[in-house]
Design a protein around this ligand. Structure first.
Ligand SMILES: Cc1cc2nc3c(=O)[nH]c(=O)nc-3n(C[C@H](O)[C@H](O)[C@H](O)COP(=O)(O)OP(=O)(O)OC[C@H]3O[C@@H](n4cnc5c(N)ncnc54)[C@H](O)[C@@H]3O)c2cc1C
Length: 382
């Protein structure tokens, strides 16, 4: 064990891991912070990926701080290219290929995984987009690409599709759902999002899925779909809906579910001295609305001896799709129904629980101007 109460080991150098390291250092000059990165540990905003890819921006321009800069600024013990393979909960060690590190307090910040459909795993033609190294590879592939296929029609896929058509490329989005964002949206709202993006030039192949992608010449691929379509494209990007990484928790007996590693209001997992934060963590009740930065601030306070819970600021998700104005305030998983209204200029969809209370909403087109009014009406309960 490392022996001092104020020392902490963080696994995962993404948005949450960096935010936590920064927040701890602001509160304590003396604690030893070890940040373990599976790959490189530079700081960059994933939210900039869609627009930056469409504009052929050099990947280097996205880097806000290099690993060396962060290590010096935050006085971190930084390990790069060191994926953690196991957490030895009883012994208090994190295990990597080349050795192990003891911990008294460990924070798991391993984020989420962008999937590739099982039948296409290992196919080098398919490029997922999650890390900056993916951005590097796609940047190379998209530079000369005229026709791009995107697998998945989730939020990031819609944003990338919209940016790419605005840059003059042809874009085909394939998803097995009937409209973008699948089950997260009711029919009219989903159809409106699809139609607005289609008007901007995005082609959708919905109710369909890709079965195979074969190379036909250098930088050109033939895609075969379940509905017997054959489509030739220059690049295939996978943005199948992200899933929290829970394999470390599963292997070490830490509680988890399909929404991520289970934590309480203080971000404590089921294992003593182990916390989880960010996209890999499943926060209870209304805390799911706490931003990653709010989680980092609260956990830093806790780790510095002043237990704190994250500030909750519920906000609807606004899609960064310039041609489709859309906001979604996702309801909790409870019994209820969507009630929708469509006009020529927009759609408003209300999710109402069994007692008739508004618990979530989706607004499209001109209806998004009512966003604040809807937000004041939402019944915020876990
Ligand atoms: C294309 C795209 C666009 C996005 N746009 C937005 C947006 O506009 N707004 C928004 O709020 N969010 C956006 N997101 C989501 C946002 O980026 C994530 O919510 C955020 O990055 C989550 O932070 P995190 O630190 O929990 O996970 P990540 O940032 O994914 O970091 C997790 C880190 O843990 C590392 N790791 C994983 N396993 C291990 C291991 N075993 N050992 C060591 N390290 C490990 C990973 O390599 C990674 O560096 C976008 C995501 C993508 C992919």
């Amino acid at each position: 064990m490392s022996g001092r109460d104020e020392d902490v080991v963080i696994v995962g150098a993404g948005r949450a891991g960096h935010a936590l390291a920064r927040a701890i250092r602001r509160r304590s000059q003396t604690s030893t912070i070890t940040l373990i990165a599976a790959h490189s540990a530079e700081v960059y905003p994933k939210s900039a990926f869609p627009a930056a890819l469409a504009a052929n921006r050099d990947p280097i321009t996205l880097v806000q701080a290099t690993a060396n800069m962060v290590a010096a600024r935050e006085d971190l013990h930084l390990l790069e290219d060191s994926p953690v393979e196991a957490i030895d909960v009883a012994g208090g060690n994190v295990c990597m290929h080349h050795g192990s590190i003891p911990f008294d307090r460990l924070v798991v910040a391993v984020g989420e995984e962008i999937g590739v459909p099982p039948v296409l795993r290992g196919n080098p033609a398919i490029q997922p987009l999650n890390r900056i190294s993916d951005f590097h590879l796609l940047h190379g592939r998209l530079r000369l690409a005229r026709r791009v296929m995107i697998l998945g029609a989730g939020v990031c896929a819609c944003e990338l599709a919209n940016e790419l058509v605005r840059s003059g490329r042809e874009v085909i989005v394939v998803d097995s759902a009937r409209h973008p964002l699948g089950e997260r949206l009711p029919g009219l709202a989903g159809a409106r999002l699809r139609d607005d993006l289609a008007r901007a030039g995005v082609r959708f192949r919905l109710d369909d899925r890709v079965l195979a992608v074969d190379p036909i010449s250098h930088g050109r691929f033939r895609v075969h779909t379940a509905c017997n379509e054959r489509i030739d494209v220059d690049a295939v990007v996978s943005l199948i809906e992200a899933r929290p990484r829970t394999s470390l928790a599963r292997a070490s007996g830490i509680g988890f579910g399909h929404r991520g590693i289970d934590v309480d209001g203080f971000l404590r997992t089921s294992a003593e001295g182990i916390y989880a934060i960010g996209a890999c963590a499943s926060l209870p009740g209304l805390m799911r609305h706490a931003s990653i930065e709010a989680q980092a601030r609260a956990l830093a306070e806790t780790l510095c001896g002043r237990p704190a819970q994250p500030e909750i600021r519920p906000e609807p998700l606004r899609l960064n799709t310039p041609d489709a104005r859309f906001v979604l305030f996702e309801p909790p998983v409870i019994a209820g129904e969507w009630q929708e209204r469509a006009t020529a200029s927009g759609v408003s969809a209300a999710f109402v629980d069994l007692s008739g209370r508004l618990r979530g909403f989706a607004l499209a087109g001109s209806a998004i101007e009512q966003r604040d009014a809807w937000m004041t009406r939402v019944a915020l309960q876990s």
